[in-house]
Ligand binder design. Sequence first.
Ligand code: C2E
Ligand code: CA
Ligand code: CA
Length: 762
Amino acid sequence: MNTYNNQALWRTYLFIVGFSFLAATTFLYLKWVDIKRDANTEQTYANNLVTNSMESLLRKNETMLNVLGKRLVELTELGDMKLAQLMADEARDTNSEFAAVSLAGAAGELILNSSNINRQLAVNLLAEENTRATFEQALTSDRLVMGRTYFMKAIQEWVIPILLSIKNERGEVNAVMGAAIRLGSVHSLWSSDSLPAHLKLIVVRKDLYRQYVSFLKEEQYSEWYDNAVSERLTTLVDDLLNKQAGLSLKDIRTGQKSAQIMLPNKEGVLHFSIITYDTVYEHYTITSTLVKTLLAEMISPSFWLLVVLTVFNIGLFLIFRFNGRLQNEAKDSLAFQVEHDSLTALPNRRFLSREFSIWSEKYQGRFSVLFIDLSNFKACNDLYGHSTGDRILREVAVRITKSFSGCLCIRQGGDEFIILGPEKDKEALTNDCNEFLTQLNKTITLGHLEFSVNANIGIALSPKDGDSLDELLRKADMAMYEAKRKQEDIAFYSENLEQKAKQVADIEKELRHALKRNEFSMVYQPQIDAISNEVLGLEALIRWNSEVLGFVPPDQFISVAEANGSIHAIGQFVIETAMSECIEISRKTAPRAIKLRLSVNVSVRQLLSDGFIENLIVTLEKYDRQGITFMIEVTESLLIEDLDRAKNILFHAKKVGIYVSLDDFGTGYSSLSVLSKLPINELKIDRSFVNDILVNKQDWLLAKSIINLSKSLAIPVVAEGVETKDQADMLAAHGCDIFQGYYFARPMKKDDIIEFLNKPKI
Ligand code: C2E
Ligand code: CA
Ligand code: CA
């Protein structure tokens, strides 16, 4: 099977595959965007939650510290330190998030504190590094101030300090009420059910100290809370913000309030973060999710997409491959149809043209070319119809392939076949061909009909006779025609044939001007009654004396004239000349008891041409043929090729009084049944049999059987080509009616015939 590249088909396939990948990528991208949007929503919500929780925590504590602070200031002013102490402790006990409660003077000095504070470790809030800024802020602010997260040594705990200044009616600061909120308790503000576990939360103060980090272990507190966010990190964040969102931290602080950003942490692990800024309590809230966690959400859709994509593409591939195969098969069958004969399934000429060079190469230019032509196949087709003809051809093809297995068998068209076979000597090839012809000849039975097929084979050999396909075929064809002409089964091409072909070409060329140049003439050969020895009739025979080629016998040029169609004009010349000359002969010779008979040869091509008889009648009417019987001689073997038509024409001839002689009898295959149906007035035994009747028993038997046949049909029989007395005697003894031949008279010109007829008999 040929493989064709179905480029267009596979291009479509690749396009669809490409498109499906593009669609998948787009889908995944949109999914990613979706995941990020979800994360954004979730984290923004978390940020708001944190901010709100912190706000409400501070607000609540602000009120509480205000009330508590004022009361403590009163009590200390009253000197009831005991009650004050009690209240401070109670405040701490009832608020679980308070690690400690204290009251400091405006100068930072500790006035009162919950009793869990180790006084030794307690510090002046204004003096202490961690608390100074917050304390100063608290002094000037009306609101609660939240300080940096720090480790409060006095209670040995990490806390977020909150301070509120307690003012008198005049607005002067009496004291600063403080509480330390347990860092651990902050976490419960946005308890785990409100915040998903994968979220990391960082609250960073405006001064870039971290207020709260959700994911730290205790040992990391100091590192994270005691130091501000490094400048390097802030620059990095600013940078990334700028790149990813076109914003800066300042923008977030002052207006935007929120931004989404991909951020590496200290270890370089990428996080998806949302940064918001709370302008009231002035801190950033940053929630982060590991990008990995988000990507994990992509795994399932990606996996399924990949599965779908793979299944889709494999399915598609199979469909396309199937389609491709179908297309290839269609192309193959088309190619087969183009290069094979539909009737016999044998390869045709087109195939041969393509295959020839391969064949030639395979056998290194040494091989044989056989041209096979079935005999009389056209007649069979015409007689029994084309479907019968087709069935015979199919059987012939089977026999050919069987006999020439290993050879290249081609149907050239019609009833012609070509065989390319390996090189063999002439004898072996002849044997092969004979064997094949024996097989071919075996009866083919179709229903109640039986057929026996014959063929002529012409052979050309490569490289002796040529190496191109055209040349070899031409020469094998030429040899085949030679075999047909000679009525032989097989003929090899020889140079001789080429010469003959050249001769034919010359004849054809000269034939064109022959009529115009008046190069034709007629001679007449007497036909003698076997018993009375009287001249019964004359056979008109054409002669051509060509200016260029000299004398050319009719055997050579009639077939050429038939082939090129000039036979019609020549035939007309023959009839007209023979008629007028014969009338003259009849006039110039002694009156006769029976009319002189003029026999004119009519080639089958001429006979079967349209309007032949009508035209003949018109021609004959031009002459006064009272003294003449007009007879046409038609070749038997050729006549039966189109029997039906021939029959009609001959009956037409009979109707108008034209006689018919069956010429060259014995060379064809007419049976008694065929003959009895035709209006025949005479049989002529072919001179090839007459020639040898004395030496060849076979020929004599044939001549005898023809005589017998004519007797049974009651038709006179003529022996032509009688050259000796012995031949004449033998034929006469067996009942031959009429003689024609050199023994009696040669063909003669008109004047010689007149002289011959007027010669007194001895
Ligand atoms: P055919 O019709 O068989 O003509 C008889 C041939 O036998 C003639 O040859 C004649 O000269 C020759 N012949 C007669 N007696 C003898 C004999 O004793 N010995 C030998 N060896 N030959 C003898 P010709 O004239 O050469 O004609 C050859 C063929 O050419 C004719 O064979 C006929 O088929 C064809 N032909 C001749 N003239 C015409 C014509 O005017 N029209 C057509 N269509 N064909 C013609
Ligand atoms: Ca004849
Ligand atoms: Ca003859």
